[in-house]
Design a protein around this ligand. Structure first.
Ligand SMILES: Cc1cc2nc3c(=O)[nH]c(=O)nc-3n(C[C@H](O)[C@H](O)[C@H](O)COP(=O)(O)OP(=O)(O)OC[C@H]3O[C@@H](n4cnc5c(N)ncnc54)[C@H](O)[C@@H]3O)c2cc1C
Ligand code: FES
Length: 263
């Protein structure tokens, strides 16, 4: 368990509209986070919610946010020069440093977590194939940003490919990758984990559970049957760990603790 810390207050340096409901907030601070870690982002008078680091440079970093409800609606009102707070970075990170060629899947809000992984992997001269899972062409974000880092970006709307992300992932997975990484819709993550166990390929996924404190105090992110807090033991876990979570791909708990089924 970590200690409660005072939020660090930072200035919004830039707001980039990536799509109709996805914005990148560039924040003026020399963060020292590892790929896969998250922050509890505090909007005074609103709430504090978990967001992954989307990329990080020497004196600034970014979070990538999808507008889904009351908190993110308020966050979307922020403009250049506004301030917000954060605590963290928290949680586990992706292991990638010793790899030569990796396959990444990012989908929905999960794309932010693996975008930072892709950035660091390229800085370590690792070859990266990055599959974006998106329901429509307008939801594709970070394509140019990733390509500018020398990453091979693949998605179903390139060359009018109609295959779904899972079919494309299966096809790609027969290439010789040292490891797979994924963050996105949980039912897709479950299929990837099952395939990695079947094929004995190294794989890490980042899992989202309802997080209120981020430091192992409130218990809202505990998973069945392990009773382990994912804000501490996750969000990044390997395939074997994910496979031991009986609720993985089945259900999660909302803010009140009630079960919500994925299917
Ligand atoms: C480790 C982690 C990293 C995340 N990284 C990102 C990111 O990089 N970009 C991004 O857009 N989103 C990310 N999320 C999800 C983000 O925290 C929620 O979308 C946000 O809190 C929604 O708040 P809301 O009030 O706008 O929506 P609500 O209407 O409250 O909820 C919309 C959805 O978000 C989920 N949610 C709400 N509050 C939380 C919470 N405290 N913890 C987890 N899930 C919650 C709900 O279960 C629901 O599915 C991450 C979540 C986790 C756990
Ligand atoms: S978010 Fe409170 S214990 Fe994990």
């Amino acid at each position: 368990m970590q200690h409660i810390e005072q939020p660090t207050i930072v200035t919004v340096k830039e707001v980039i509209k990536e799509s109709s409901n996805f914005k990148t907030f560039v924040l003026d601070y020399p963060l020292d986070a590892k790929p896969g870690q998250f922050l509890m982002v505090w909007l005074p008078g609103v709430d504090s919610k978990p967001f992954s680091v989307a990329w990080q440079k020497e004196n600034e970093f970014a979070i990538g946010v999808i507008k889904v409800g009351p908190y993110t609606k308020e966050l979307f009102k922020l403009k250049k020069g506004d301030k917000l707070g954060f605590t963290g970075p928290y949680g586990t990170s992706y292991n990638f440093e010793d790899k030569k060629k990796i396959l990444i899947l990012g989908g929905g809000s999960g794309i932010a977590s693996v975008t930072y992984l892709a950035q660091r992997a390229r800085e370590n001269n690792i070859e990266v194939d990055f599959l974006i899972a998106a329901k429509d062409k307008k939801s594709i974000v970070y394509e140019k940003w990733l390509e500018d880092q020398g990453i091979n970006v693949i998605h179903r709307f390139k060359k009018n490919n109609h295959e779904r992300a899972w079919d494309m992932f299966k096809e790609l997975s027969s290439n010789n990758y040292d490891s797979w990484y994924a963050c996105g819709p949980e039912l897709l993550l479950k299929k990837i984990v099952d395939l990695s166990i079947e094929k004995k390929t190294k794989c890490q996924v980042s899992l989202e559970r309802y997080m209120k404190c981020g430091i192992g105090v409130c218990g809202s992110c505990c998973v069945d049957p392990l009773g382990i807090c994912l804000c501490q033991a996750g969000p990044v876990v390997n395939a074997t760990f994910a496979n031991n979570i009986s609720e993985f791909g089945e259900y999660y708990r909302d803010g009140s603790g009630a079960k919500v089924n994925f299917k």
